[in-house]
Design a protein around this ligand. Structure first.
Ligand SMILES: Cc1cc2nc3c(=O)[nH]c(=O)nc-3n(C[C@H](O)[C@H](O)[C@H](O)COP(=O)(O)OP(=O)(O)OC[C@H]3O[C@@H](n4cnc5c(N)ncnc54)[C@H](O)[C@@H]3O)c2cc1C
Ligand code: FES
Ligand code: FES
Length: 487
């Protein structure tokens, strides 16, 4: 109840009497493992990156994550590699330490100046070096997409990535050999801590029934999935949670189920997995996910967390609304399916009742005939939306049977533009149909002004994004007719 055991750079460690609100980064640095840096403490810079050994088929892989957003309780039983553990295979002691091939590449390509970001880059490159299909795909620059460098410039770092040799099968590399065997299973963990002001508890079950029993007994328990929202609040606003229910060990929430009528995605499936496993089957999610924060965040962030946080600028709601998704809410007493379009009831309010958690999201199959996701933000990648939109059309014999035009960032909740959807019904997807929908979109939303954009700008984006959808997809748009001519 008072200790967390895990493997750190190949050695068993025990963390005793820690507040469950403690992050791995803070614990590491308190213990003198100061190679891992804190840049921002909110998932933006990657200076704190560490690698977890996670399941990959029958074996495992290295998954880089931001340790500033990882609760120490989430690490219990796992294997963690920090920059101190990245060294030439076979040079196990600190006296005999030689650089790893990724560190050597950073030296040779002059990939470091002040060095503050370097441990994070080294860990991300380490995971990329051991990625099993790297020999086939070559170096993936996205592997360092969540790492920021303020002084070196990215070219030398990308050059270091590109210069990495292909790992030869059967090479005497212990880090590669480790990946042949499974990752440690995520085990049940209970933590109690007597703080100055209050007692604090963390429970990480492995069975959904245990989680629901616990939530029935402690309806005040705070649900934590990937932690990429809530741990930012712990770090930046110094919020402290007295009781946490960590959902990441629950296998039932990690499932992806394919049926003829539905695709069901467990609420605990990471967005990284959704991106790699489902982008081809659900192209709208395939468009959205590369624009959703960075790969370091997507490694931990979940759909359950993105819906549970109920932010009006969350990126998955407009896409999932356009796909007519439903979500499953479970409590000890009952399970119910709720259409996503009814889930958000007000600013950061939802239909979820005390004692309930989201267990999965269900997307009707087959996919719509036409669908697109658009995100307006100050930077193309790794930024929060000013406005986002998910659009889809189902057609029959050339006429629109149903349309879904869904927005984030233009009201207190993610919303559907139902009048504009109805205006499109029965029409051929064309400029005149667009005009009807645009007329129905006038003045329906009540966006706010904030630092990301004015209300007026957001209102204009509502119509501009629909025009863009027409431009990108309608047979009578100049883009479509010119691409037909070229083709
Ligand atoms: C640097 C950075 C960039 C980001 N970029 C984006 C972005 O581009 N787009 C975007 O939409 N978001 C972004 N986010 C926000 C965040 O990553 C997402 O909202 C993410 O999906 C949250 O998932 P999580 O599993 O980490 O949630 P958590 O932090 O674990 O939980 C978030 C909330 O959901 C609740 N919750 C968690 N799981 C469940 C469940 N199963 N049932 C009910 N409630 C639940 C929690 O109680 C909490 O209130 C970003 C965050 C950071 C730090
Ligand atoms: S310290 Fe910046 S991402 Fe963790
Ligand atoms: S080397 Fe200084 S921040 Fe990257």
């Amino acid at each position: 109840m008072h200790t967390i055991h895990f493997t750190l750079n190949g050695r068993e460690v025990i963390a005793r009497d820690v507040d469950p609100n403690t992050t791995l980064l803070n614990w590491l640095r308190d213990q003198g493992h100061t190679g891992t840096k804190e840049g921002c403490a909110e998932g933006e810079c990657g200076a704190c990156a560490v690698a977890l050994v996670v399941k990959d088929g029958a074996g495992s892989r290295y998954l880089p994550v931001n340790s500033c957003l990882l609760l120490l309780g989430a690490v219990g039983g796992r294997e963690v590699i920090t920059v101190e553990g990245v060294r030439a295979p076979g040079t196990a002691t600190s006296l005999d330490r030689q650089p790893h091939v990724v560190q050597q590449a950073m030296i040779e390509q002059a990939g470091s100046q002040c060095g503050y970001c370097t441990p994070g880059f080294v860990v991300s490159l380490f995971a990329e070096y051991y990625r099993k299909d790297r020999a086939a795909t070559g170096f993936d620059p996205e592997s360092i997409g969540g790492n920021l460098c303020r002084c070196t410039g990215y070219r030398p770092i990308v050059d270091a990535g590109r210069s990495l040799p292909v790992l030869q099968p059967g090479s005497q590399d212990g880090f590669a050999a480790r990946l042949a065997s499974p990752a440690p299973p995520v085990e049940k963990l209970e933590l109690a801590y007597e703080g100055h002001e209050s007692e604090r508890f963390l429970f990480r079950p492995t069975e959904l029934t245990d989680a629901l029993d616990y939530l029935a007994e402690h309806p005040d328990a705070y649900l934590v999935s990937g932690g990429t929202d809530i741990v930012v609040e712990l770090n930046q606003r110094h919020r402290r949670l007295d009781r946490m229910l960590l959902l990441e060990g629950i296998e039932e929430l990690q499932q992806i189920r394919r049926g003829e009528e539905y695709l069901e995605i467990g609420a605990g499936v990471s967005l990284g997995r959704v991106e790699t496993e489902l982008s081809a089957e659900v192209p709208l999610l395939g468009e959205l996910l590369p624009l959703f924060s960075s790969r370091l965040i997507r490694a931990r962030a979940t759909l359950g967390g993105n819906l549970g946080t109920a932010s009006p600028i969350g990126d998955s709601p407009p896409a999932l609304l356009a796909l007519d998704a439903e979500l499953c809410l479970a409590s000890k007493a009952a399970t119910r399916w709720v259409p996503l379009c009814e889930f958000f009831t007000g600013y950061r309010q939802t239909l979820r009742e005390s004692g309930e958690l989201i267990t999965s999201v269900r997307i009707p199959m087959p996919q719509p005939d036409v669908a697109r996701f658009y995100k307006v933000s100050k930077r193309e990648f790794d930024d929060i939306s000013t406005v986002a939109a998910g659009f889809s059309l189902r057609t029959k014999q050339g006429l629109i049977e149903s349309a879904r035009l869904c927005y984030g960032g233009v009201a207190a909740t993610p919303v559907r533009a139902t009048a504009a959807e109805q205006a499109l019904q029965g029409q051929r997807w064309s400029k005149p149909a667009l005009e009807l929908a645009l007329a129905a979109l006038e003045h329906v939303f009540t966006p706010m002004t904030d630092q990301r954009g004015s209300a007026e700008y957001r209102r204009r984006m509502v119509t501009k994004l629909l025009e863009r959808f027409w431009f990108d997809t309608a047979p009578d748009s100049p883009a479509q007719s010119s691409s037909r001519k070229v083709g």
